[in-house]
Structure formats: C-alpha cells, structure tokens
Design a protein around this ligand. Sequence first.
Ligand SMILES: Nc1ncnc2c1ncn2[C@@H]1O[C@H](COP(=O)(O)OP(=O)(O)O)[C@@H](O)[C@H]1O
Ligand SMILES: [Mg+2]
Length: 249
Amino acid sequence: MTQKIAITNQKGGVGKTTTALCLAAALKIKGKKSLLVDLDSQGNASAAAGLIIENNAKTLKDMLTQQGGLEEYIVRTNFMDIIPSNNSLKDIEPHLHKQRGFNLLKNSLKAGVADYDFVFFDCPPSINVFTKNALVAADAIIIPVDAGFFSLLGLKQLLEEIDRIKKTFNPKLALQGVLACKFDRRTALSEQVFAILKQDFPDKLFNAVIRVNIDLVKAQIAQKNIFEYNSKSKGAEDFLSLAEEIING
Ligand SMILES: Nc1ncnc2c1ncn2[C@@H]1O[C@H](COP(=O)(O)OP(=O)(O)O)[C@@H](O)[C@H]1O
Ligand SMILES: [Mg+2]
C-alpha cells in the first residue's frame, strides 16, 4: 500500500523541505521507494535535489491544470522521484482558490502511484490552496516543529484547518506525527518546547528528533542529498532513525 504523507506547517523555515528530502532518501536506503511532490512555488525541494527546471519544462502546475497522466511530470533522481515546481505555480493560485480546486492533486494521483511505498507532499509555508490539495490527497500528516515559540502558536491554527478538511473532504486523514526539527537539547528553549510537545501530543511525537546540524544546510547548498554529502552526519543519523520509526509504525 502506498502511503501518502503531507509534510506541513504554515510557518516557514521549520524543516519541511529538509524533512521531505532527507526522509525520502533515508527510506530509499531502507529499500523503500518514494515520490516527492513539490507544492511550494519557491521550488526549494526541486532545487535542493539538484533539478534544473527549464522554462518549458512540465511541472506540478501543468499536472494540476491539465490533469493528464502522472508519468510525464516525474523527474527521476538517485534517491527519489520528484514532481517539481517553480515560480510559475503561483500563477494558478488565484484561479484554483476561486474555483475551490482542492481535489486536483488527489485526482492526479489516482493512477500511477502504486509502485511507490511513499508519496510525500512538501507543503508551502501557508495554508493556501496547495496545502489544502495536499491535505485532501494525503492519508497522513507529519508536522515538523522547530524550537520557536511562534511555531507552537501556529500549530493550533493548523490543527483546526486539518479538522476542517477532515470534516469536509478527507475523513480518513490522520496525524502521523509531530517531528521536533532543528532541536538543540542543550538549550533551555529546545528542552522547554520538547516538554510542551510531549504533553500536547503524548502518542504522536516522534521519538526521533532532528538535531541542529550544519551539514543539512551545506548539503542543500551543494544540491546534494545528506547521504551523499555526509552519510556520517548527525542529520543523516537522525533521518535514518525517523525512517525506521515510520517503517516500523
Ligand atoms: N536540522 C537542521 N539543522 C540546521 N539547519 C537546518 C535543519 N533543518 C533545516 N535546516 C535549514 O533551515 C532552513 C529552513 O529549512 P527548510 O527545510 O527549508 O524549512 P521549510 O521547508 O519548513 O521552510 C534551510 O536553510 C535548511 O537548510
Ligand atoms: Mg520548504
């Protein structure tokens, strides 16, 4: 069974894209095949994966508007397949919003994903029409949270939106887990935020914690996967732990 997982939090910079790329790669090392859908018009996941998207290339924008077969939009990389995005995704946002086009991603993925163990949706930093498409298409959600106060405030708003989508579109949508990202257990703030998360999500906080690790940043700048860049880094280690936790349920 293919598991479709939305990686979402409307706060920017918490580690969504890093989680999408590194988790899919860690799962590949564990023998699992993933498709990553880049739902952010900034195209960070596509760029960090080293993809160069030509002006006339087919991207997620075309997949959503043309509703053709999945295959023609897929770009293959060493660690995962990707449906890329670039700035042009923004062009269709007002139209989709007006049409309440929240089912488009789900429809596009109806056929052609059976080969994948996992499909990850890398969501943008807002609860916009693309995030809503991801929540409608997904089976489950991973919420990366960093050790900042505002990300905790935003969590409540996100959970309310998830509830709304569950009621209107996708009753089976489940919270797979909350992931502590960019944590430094030596600092009081990280410890405090971790304790709050544990209290609020006793069964849903992943045991795996993604520590602050500069190699994760450097790998993205070098457009390499963390496992190519430094397979012995803390980042690589933490994402392997997360992959194991997800595989073992
Ligand atoms: N565990 C980490 N340690 C250090 N830097 C990180 C870590 N995770 C992500 N980053 C960096 O933080 C920035 C934001 O991460 P990103 O995954 O792009 O967040 P989002 O997709 O939520 O906006 C990027 O520059 C990324 O390299
Ligand atoms: Mg991102």
